[in-house]
Every structure is written in structure tokens, then in C-alpha cells.
Design a protein around this ligand. Structure first.
Ligand code: IMP
Length: 201
């Protein structure tokens, strides 16, 4: 039987990216919309862990959540765990404005981090992290993707995430890396997974 993972998110872009990577491992993604409380914390890992346990207590079957953030070096890691709020408030233009005095490429360094927390039970959560280094572009570019994609250029490319296909973005992206690690874990631990699923029935 094909492996399937429950992924608690309503973000269609995250679902598509998860599917693009996990299909390489023969794993199906089953999205589920559950309201989750995002705690305020400096660590994405803590935010994701908390959310995964909280969602598990509602669905009572193994479930994955993912939390990500953009960390800009010259802004001391801002917006980091507050990426979502900052995107909604000052947006891409606001970020470019904050960096307007940083005219050389090296001073526009940024890192995208994604953390997947997979709750097998209330007290058994496995975590997978993906990190992608890159730069903030000088202008908004590209019509694909979501969030900060039009201003993030990963190391090794000259294009923003928003100028890439899902497959190409996933090759470079923090989420792609985290889901590949998750996919490898799922393949190796399919027995643990079936036991956890049986228990939850
Ligand atoms: P969250 O993981 O849904 O909390 O996302 C945090 C913020 O980072 C949101 O505003 C997203 O738009 C943004 N974000 C997360 N992942 C990506 C990505 O892959 N590309 C661009 N923006 C992202």
C-alpha cells in the first residue's frame, strides 16, 4: 500500500511543493485543514513542534505541520519567525525598503528555513529541517510561487524562487530539503508509521 502522510496546512503552495518532493519517494500527501495556534517563539522548531502536538490531539493520527521563515543577515535575522506577520504588514516592498542602503550583493544575504514536525503521538514528534542560503534581490521578480518568492534568489541560481517551476524551486528550497529528509525518514520508518497509525485507529 502506498505511504500517505497527513499534512495540516491550508497553503496550496506548500501542498504542491510537498507533493512534488514526496512523490519521488512514492508518498502521497493528504492535506487537512485544522486551525492551529501559532505560538510566538524565536525558534521555528518549537513553533512547529507545538503546532504538531496540538493538531495531533485533534486528529489522533500521525500528522505533519511545517513552519518556515526568512532570516535576513543585515537585519539581524528579521523577520525570522515573524515572517508571516511582516509579509502581511510591510510586504515585499517594505523589505526592499529596509534594505535600500545595502547596495552590494554580499550585504543582501538571507536564509530561508523550513521545519517539518511530524507527530506520531502526543509525545513523539520527529523534526526535519531544510536551510537555503541566498540573497534578497534588488527588485520584485517573477509571477510564480508565494510569499517572499519574488525577492529571494537561492545560492547557485540567478533567478528568484518566483521565476522557477515548482520542481526547480524544490531543488533549491528550504522546503524541498526538509521534505526530502522527511521522505527518506518515511521510507526507512514505514513500520513505525504503520504501528502509529494502527494505534490511532
Ligand atoms: P508560515 O510557515 O506559513 O508561517 O510562513 C511564514 C511566512 O514566510 C509566510 O508569510 C510565507 O509567505 C513565507 N514563506 C514561507 N515559505 C516560503 C517560501 O517557500 N517562499 C516564500 N515565502 C515563504
Amino acid at each position: 500500500m502506498a505511504l500517505e502522510v497527513l499534512f495540516a496546512t491550508t497553503n496550496i503552495n506548500k501542498i504542491r511543493e510537498a507533493e512534488a518532493v514526496l512523490k519521488e519517494f512514492g508518498v502521497r500527501v493528504k492535506p487537512i485543514a485544522v486551525t492551529k495556534i501559532e505560538i510566538q517563539h524565536n525558534s521555528l522548531e518549537e513553533i512547529a513542534r507545538f503546532a504538531a502536538i496540538q493538531v495531533y490531539t485533534k486528529v489522533r493520527t500521525p500528522v505533519a505541520v511545517e513552519d518556515s521563515g526568512l532570516f535576513i543577515e543585515k537585519l539581524n535575522g528579521f523577520p525570522g519567525p515573524y515572517s508571516s506577520y511582516v509579509y502581511k504588514t510591510i510586504g515585499l516592498k517594505g523589505i526592499l525598503k529596509l534594505l535600500e542602503d545595502y547596495k552590494d550583493w554580499e550585504s543582501r544575504k538571507a536564509t530561508f528555513i523550513a521545519v517539518i514536525a511530524y507527530a506520531l503521538s502526543e509525545n513523539n514528534v520527529v523534526v526535519f529541517k531544510g536551510v537555503t542560503e541566498g540573497h534578497i534581490s534588488f527588485e520584485i521578480r517573477g509571477g510564480g510561487g508565494f510569499g517572499y518568492d519574488p525577492i529571494f534568489i537561492p545560492q547557485g541560481s540567478i533567478r528568484t524562487f518566483a521565476e522557477m517551476s515548482i520542481e526547480e524551486k524544490s531543488f533549491y528550497s528550504h522546503r524541498g530539503k526538509a521534505f526530502r529528509a522527511f521522505g527518506e525518514w518515511l521510507i526507512k520508518n514505514s513500520d513505525i508509521l504503520s504501528k502509529a497509525k494502527e494505534k490511532s485507529l
